[in-house]
Ligand binder design. Sequence first.
Ligand code: FES
Ligand code: FES
Length: 152
Amino acid sequence: MNIKFTVNNKNYDLEVSPMKRLLDVLREDVGLTGTKEGCGEGECGACSVFIDGTVVNSCLVPVCQTNACQITTVEGLSNGELSKLQQAFIDYNAAQCGICIPGMLVAAQALLDKTTCPSRAEIRTAIAGNLCRCTGYMKIVDAIEAAALAKE
Ligand code: FES
Ligand code: FES
């Protein structure tokens, strides 16, 4: 089927199988490999993207549901240079293997979009659906907190 949508503010017009997962369309047809697959079952949050401003697990979304939608991936969080949030993850050594990090960044961005100064508890709640097998969550929470303070 034909799908028209925008990804990171760029228009796409694709011929794809309607039940192909949005995750795979983004990686294989759009060419944006920042979005990662962890579990493939909606449990880990590694594949999180924004669809029309809402965070979703792209491994659970058939692309046929995204016609005319606006999608933002982890690549879209930067604007030519890394965002404060992305830079904070580097500065705080918040990643090891990095598989979970794109989803963490998307979840954290969703929080920072609606809360200027989140508490650590709010940060932990915001990333509760995002599982990290390597780093533990302390440095990730530190990075998000630092990015929030840097925004002020
Ligand atoms: S890969 Fe989508 S939630 Fe784990
Ligand atoms: S850094 Fe490896 S899963 Fe989080």
